[in-house]
Ligand binder design. Sequence first.
Ligand SMILES: [Zn+2]
Ligand SMILES: [Zn+2]
Length: 111
Amino acid sequence: MGQEAEIQEPFYRKCLWCGDLKPMNGTVLCSDCEEKIFYGKCLSCDDWGLVNHSALCSDCEGKIQRNFIRQRHWNYVEAAFVLPPAKREELRQQVIKKYGEKLEIFKDSSR
Ligand SMILES: [Zn+2]
Ligand SMILES: [Zn+2]
């Protein structure tokens, strides 16, 4: 006999924003990200694409997070919420080692 209707399995793919491998149906964002990520213009680099609630693309969001880490603004660092102080300092050292001590951006107000 012929093929019965295919069972629609959730299609696992990588979320464009968080990079997690999750079941998605024709979307590019996982259900977590879908609620908070929009299509728009990044405030920082002026590129159109996926941006978060602060209107930042993932690139710029990453840079800003690293800036906060360098400056020890732990309250703004998502990754630090669950870390004890010693681990936070470790995280900071890792960031500086990998990306340098200089702040990566911005809010270029001259534009
Ligand atoms: Zn996601
Ligand atoms: Zn950007």
